[in-house]
Design a protein around this ligand. Structure first.
Ligand code: UDP
Ligand code: MG
Length: 311
C-alpha cells in the first residue's frame, strides 16, 4: 500500500522543510510507503530552491513539480493528482495548518471502512470573523439551492481518497476548476471528519476577502445555470410591472384627469431598466467567457521542471 501526499506550495519557503519533517514524524513506522508530491505554483520566494534541497536529500520519497508561473491552487492540485502514484491520495496544504497526523487517521478509516472512498475533513470551529462566516454560510445556501450538486458546508479540500476517485477527478479537465464542486460532482461515499485548523506555521494566507468572493462566484457559475434563468425572470417581472404601470397611468388620466408628470418616473425607470439589462448581460458574459476559455482548450498548467525520485 502506498500513499501520495499532494502539496501545493505558493511562497512557502519557510514551511516546506518543516512540513516534510512533520510528515516523516507522522508516518514513521506506519507500515506503508508514502511519497510527497510538492507542486511549486510559481512561487516568488525561495520555495523552489528549498524544495530542490529536499529532493536532493531524499529523506523520504519527494517529487517536485514546478510551474512556469502562478496558476493557482486548483491547478496545483490537478498537477499533483496527475503525478500521484499511490493507492491512496491525500490533498494537504504546505503551511502545517492541516496536521499530517490527521492523514494517518484518514488512511485508517479507508483501511477499515471499505464502504467509504473519500475521507474529508471539515473545520469544526472557525476562528474567523462574523462577517466572513456569514458570507460563507450564505454562499453554501445559495449554491446548494441553485445547483444540482450538494456542497458540504465548511468541507475543505483537505481529504484522502482511493485511487479510483483520483482517476475520476483527473478525467475532469475543465479549465475553471472549483474543487469543492468537483468532489461533489464525482460522487463516491464520503466520510466527513471534523478537524481544527492550526495556526499557519509561517508566511501569510493567500486568500483575501475579494479572492474569496471571486471563488464563490466561480463556484456558482461553474455549477449552475440558474443565474441565466434569473435574467428571464427579471425580464418577465419588469415586463409585467411596466404593463401594470401603463394601465395605472391611463386610469389616472381618464378618471382623475391628471396630466402625466413624467420627469422623475422616466429617469428612474430608464436607470432601473438599464441596470437590469447590464446585470443580465453581465451574467450571460460570465458564461460566454467561460465557454471561450474552455474552447481555447489550453492546458491547466505548464510544468517547467519535474524532479522525480528513484523508484
Ligand atoms: N496555494 C497555491 N497557489 C496559490 C495559492 C495558494 O498553491 O495561488 C497553496 C498554499 O501554498 C497552501 C495552500 O494552497 O499550501 C492553501 O493556501 P493558504 O494557506 O493561503 O490558504 P488558507 O489556508 O488560508 O485557506
Ligand atoms: Mg493555509
Amino acid at each position: 500500500m502506498k500513499l501520495s501526499l499532494v502539496v501545493p506550495c505558493y511562497n512557502e519557503a519557510e514551511n516546506v522543510a518543516a512540513f516534510q519533517d512533520a510528515v516523516i514524524g507522522a508516518f514513521e513506522g506506519c507500515g506503508y510507503e508514502y511519497e510527497i508530491i510538492f507542486v511549486n505554483d510559481g512561487s516568488r520566494d525561495a520555495t523552489l530552491h528549498n524544495l530542490k534541497k529536499l529532493h536532493a536529500a531524499q529523506k523520504c520519497p519527494v517529487k517536485v513539480i514546478s510551474f512556469s508561473r502562478n496558476f493557482g491552487k486548483e491547478a496545483g492540485l490537478f498537477a499533483g493528482l496527475q503525478h500521484a502514484s499511490g493507492d491512496y491520495i491525500s490533498l494537504i496544504d504546505a503551511d502545517l495548518q492541516q496536521r499530517p497526523e490527521i492523514v494517518r487517521d484518514m488512511v485508517d478509516i479507508l483501511d477499515h471502512e471499505p464502504d467509504y472512498d473519500v475521507v474529508a475533513a471539515y473545520q469544526d470551529r472557525r476562528g474567523e470573523g462574523k462577517v466572513l462566516s456569514f458570507f460563507k454560510k450564505s454562499f453554501y445556501k445559495i449554491i446548494n439551492m441553485l445547483s444540482s450538486v450538494t456542497l458540504q458546508p465548511d468541507a475543505s479540500d483537505f481529504r484522502t481518497f482511493r485511487r479510483s476517485v483520483r482517476d475520476s477527478i483527473v478525467e475532469l479537465n475543465e479549465y475553471h476548476r472549483f474543487s469543492k464542486g468537483i468532489f461533489a460532482w464525482v460522487g463516491y461515499n464520503t466520510k466527513f471528519i471534523p478537524y481544527t485548523a492550526c495556526e499557519r506555521a509561517a508566511g501569510t494566507t493567500k486568500w483575501s476577502f475579494w479572492k474569496l468572493v471571486n471563488y464563490a462566484i466561480e463556484g456558482i457559475i461553474g455549477y449552475s445555470t440558474a443565474p441565466l434563468r434569473l435574467a428571464t425572470f427579471l425580464g418577465i417581472l419588469t415586463g409585467i410591472a411596466s404593463v401594470l404601470y401603463l394601465l395605472w397611468v391611463i386610469i389616472e388620466k381618464l378618471v382623475w384627469g391628471i396630466a402625466v408628470p413624467g420627469y422623475a418616473t422616466t429617469i428612474v425607470l430608464t436607470l432601473l431598466l438599464g441596470a437590469v439589462q447590464l446585470f443580465c448581460i453581465g451574467i450571460i458574459g460570465e458564461y460566454v467567457g467561460r465557454t471561450f476559455e474552455q474552447s481555447k482548450d489550453r492546458p491547466i498548467y505548464i510544468a517547467k521542471e519535474i524532479l522525480d525520485y528513484e523508484k
